[in-house]
Design a protein around this ligand. Structure first.
Ligand code: NAP
Ligand code: GCO
Length: 265
């Protein structure tokens, strides 16, 4: 096998919501693998923050302000990138939000907002890049799913519904566009230490670990939270030619949590 099949040399990768967190880690790995990096975030302040972080990491990236839930902004973003950088070879639908509210207390508006960012936006983004991928004869679409694509838990009804839907959107894009040499796969991170999960890891007043933190450690065979860096290898694999016959798959990067009943208390 030619190890060059893992290279992203000459490829253009767009990672959404990639000023920090998982998106930033994935984009950084893509740059190391040779790709040109383009990212967006929801406001100029975050884009500037991201640009500074990429520069500090020695990565030449282009950042654009775009709300991924706004189809007109997304269509304009893709047209601008195609004019200024080139046709997108790799799209990572990373931007996402979560609201942790008991379902009977969650408003329909709050539910809709999570679905909008975590499910409708990946549809809008994929729809925007697929035509040029078809013309180019190849493309990679990677949706950042979640353990909640498979499991539920208290307070995350909207998020689990969105991520479950995102798993099926991944399978449907695979089904509809595989014949154009477009592969669409998901990455399902376990519990990863980022700003999104910071509330679940806050130290208690007495200095002890957050109960949820202890729970995740007991439920994860790796006995640790994941880091954004744990996702870099799987993300490069799914973006590279090495995975050209992998399609419609959700690759769980979770330290084994989905396979494990959990340590006896
Ligand atoms: P994060 O730290 O909250 O970062 C999410 C990024 O997306 C932020 O930059 C955020 O900007 C951006 N964003 C949110 N709404 C947006 C919109 N409408 N348009 C453009 N950008 C938007 O999250 P993360 O932990 O890195 O997670 C990244 C992805 O992985 C998400 O899809 C998440 O659901 C998924 N995931 C995370 C974990 C985990 O344990 N951390 C596990 C499984 C899956 P703002 O700062 O303005 O919100
Ligand atoms: C939560 C967490 C999870 C993780 C992730 C797990 O509140 O349960 O935020 O949803 O973010 O999605 O895979």
């Amino acid at each position: 096998m030619d190890m060059k099949s893992f290279s992203l040399e000459g490829k253009i990768a767009l990672v959404t919501g990639a000023s920090y967190g998982i998106g930033f880690a994935i984009a950084s790995a893509y740059a190391e693998a040779g790709a040109k990096i383009v990212f967006n975030d929801i406001n100029q302040e975050l884009v500037d923050k991201g640009m500074a972080a990429y520069k500090e990491a020695g990565i030449e990236a282009r950042g654009y302000v775009c709300d991924v839930t706004n189809e007109e902004q997304v269509q304009n973003l893709i047209a601008t990138i195609e004019k200024e950088v080139g046709v997108i070879d790799i799209l990572v639908n990373n931007a996402g939000i979560i609201k942790r509210i008991p379902m009977h207390e969650m408003s329909a508006e709050e539910f809709r907002k999570v679905i909008d960012v975590d499910l409708n936006a990946p549809f809008i983004m994929a729809k925007a890049v697929i035509p040029s991928m078809i013309k180019k004869g190849h493309g990679k679409i990677i949706n950042i799913c979640s353990m909640m694509s498979e499991l539920g838990r208290e307070t995350v009804s909207a998020y689990a519904a969105a991520k479950g839907g995102l798993k099926m959107l991944t399978r449907n894009i695979c089904s509809e566009y595989g014949e154009y040499n477009i592969q669409c796969n998901g990455i399902g991170p376990g519990y990863i230490a980022t700003p999104q999960t910071a509330p679940l890891r806050e130290k208690q007043a007495d200095g002890s670990r957050h109960p949820f933190d202890q729970f995740i450690i007991a439920k994860t065979p790796a006995a640790r939270w994941g880091t954004p860096e744990d996702l870099q290898g799987p993300a490069v694999f799914l973006a590279s030619d090495a995975s050209n016959f992998v399609n419609g798959h959700v690759l769980y990067v979770d330290g084994g949590i989905l396979a494990y009943i959990g340590k006896q208390p």
